[in-house]
Write a protein that binds this ligand. Sequence first.
Ligand code: CA
Length: 358
Amino acid sequence: MRKIFKSLMFISALALLASPAMAKKIRWRMALSWPSNLTPLASPPIKLAKLMKEMSDGKFIIKVEGAEKTKAALGVLDMVKSGSYQMGHSGSYYWIGKDPNTVWFTTVPWGMTTAEQYAWFYYGNGMKYMKKVYDKFGVYSFPGGNTGVQMGGWFRKEIKSVDDLKGLKMRIPGFAGKVMAKLGVSVTNIPGGELYTSLDRGTIDALEWVGPGMDIKMGFYKVAPYYYTGWHEPASEMQFLVNKKAFNKLPKKYQTMLTTAMKAVAADMFIENFADSVTAWQKMKKEYPGIKVKTFPVPVLKAMKKATDEIMDEYASKNALFKEIYNDYKAYQKKARVWTMMSEYYYLKASQEVEGVK
Ligand code: CA
């Protein structure tokens, strides 16, 4: 009996030695660029933490800390880089000041749709380039949820020509802001919490946010009746950042769990945001039947496209990697768009013709 007990002890000691990392609890922290209650943006990190806890039988714990706690919405990359947080949830294009190549992993004006971009990420060169760009920060970046096509924004007055853009005060960040500035718009950056008042008081004439699902919470439709369709953020992808050293130290099983769970919750954000927009738009339209959905006139759109190309060419002339990714992205978009048009576009067009859907 004693002998059996001894050999049992030996076997369990061996089992512990075989996977020391699996035996102890892993505790990580994840910093967000948004408040932890701002769904659907905050949904992927919260769902990820829950999935990891459940799949690891409570051994892999990720504590999610929103911007309300960290007070550093735009410090997420630095915090993950330094290892003070093992993970972050943010938007790659926020790091344009550190490296312009980070913009490719969120969205660019006149770029790919969500389906096209995911195809580029996972079956084209997207992930390869993302790894290359983030390597120098000592972090891995993974897709973290997509908003789909974002609306072009809320305007107090109708835009009938390029001249109407001149002197217009608008909140529009990133590359799109540079495009608008080129067309004479006075681009401002106002914190989210002050946007409604600024638009209501006329401090700004227009702004863009996301789409009905998120816009409805901000109330813009009550003060600016023109709701323009999108051109500047056709498929904004959020990102998960993971400290490289922390990730590499994980047992293979946890690495697989984490990468699989990140992909699942990212896909789910797109679905959640789509559903939110379906519901929100019905409500908005009912409450404020005066909202006018508009598409910018073709000459305005053409001017936006021209300005976008000029800005892209300017970046490409200064940065060899930018040029390489730009060419790869453009080539992929061109061939992917042929299929999007043949499949979704003509299906929607046919549906509209037979059902009169608007
Ligand atoms: Ca936006």
